[in-house]
Design a protein around this ligand. Structure first.
Ligand SMILES: Cc1cc2nc3c(=O)[nH]c(=O)nc-3n(C[C@H](O)[C@H](O)[C@H](O)COP(=O)(O)OP(=O)(O)OC[C@H]3O[C@@H](n4cnc5c(N)ncnc54)[C@H](O)[C@@H]3O)c2cc1C
Length: 114
């Protein structure tokens, strides 16, 4: 395996296999220029997953708030919170809670949803 460093230097290493370990360091790229409050490469959000920029929501490991727990299930929940709050931002007449699919006897997808 040949590893090319940022300075262009290449170091050869003997290896039987390569296991990629990606995503350990957040790289927020252009988001850094949007004016969003970012602390230690994490996007600060409130309980509605609102960032410091109106109309911009965030969810998942990239978010930060007091008591944050970085697990898959937490990210899923935050995504639902972010999407439903974004929907009411776009259309304030929409209810924040979209309802349960099981509320409608016609079946999944038939209930009011964003
Ligand atoms: C070693 C390890 C083990 C874990 N085990 C568990 C576990 O057992 N159970 C559990 O619940 N959680 C576990 N987690 C935590 C879990 O992986 C995360 O909570 C979850 O993956 C977060 O999902 P996410 O979509 O927010 O972020 P990610 O899964 O990190 O997805 C973010 C995506 O955005 C991409 N990205 C980054 N920057 C940019 C950019 N500038 N432009 C475009 N795309 C970009 C990344 O490449 C990545 O694909 C583990 C984490 C680690 C590191």
């Amino acid at each position: 395996v040949h590893v090319r460093h940022k300075d262009g230097q290449v170091t050869p290493y003997p290896a039987d296999s390569v296991i990629a370990a990606l995503g350990f360091t957040a790289d927020i790229g252009p988001l850094e220029t949007w004016g969003i409050e970012i602390v230690d490469r994490k996007i600060m959000v409130d309980t509605a997953m609102r960032t410091s920029v109106a109309g911009v929501y965030s969810a998942g490991d990239i978010t930060e708030y007091a008591g944050k727990v970085r697990l898959i299930s937490v990210g899923f929940g935050e995504a639902a919170t972010a999407v439903n709050n974004a929907a009411t931002y776009l259309d304030p007449d929409q209810p924040l809670f979209p309802g349960h699919s099981s509320d409608d006897p016609a079946g999944i997808g038939a209930a009011t949803s964003h």
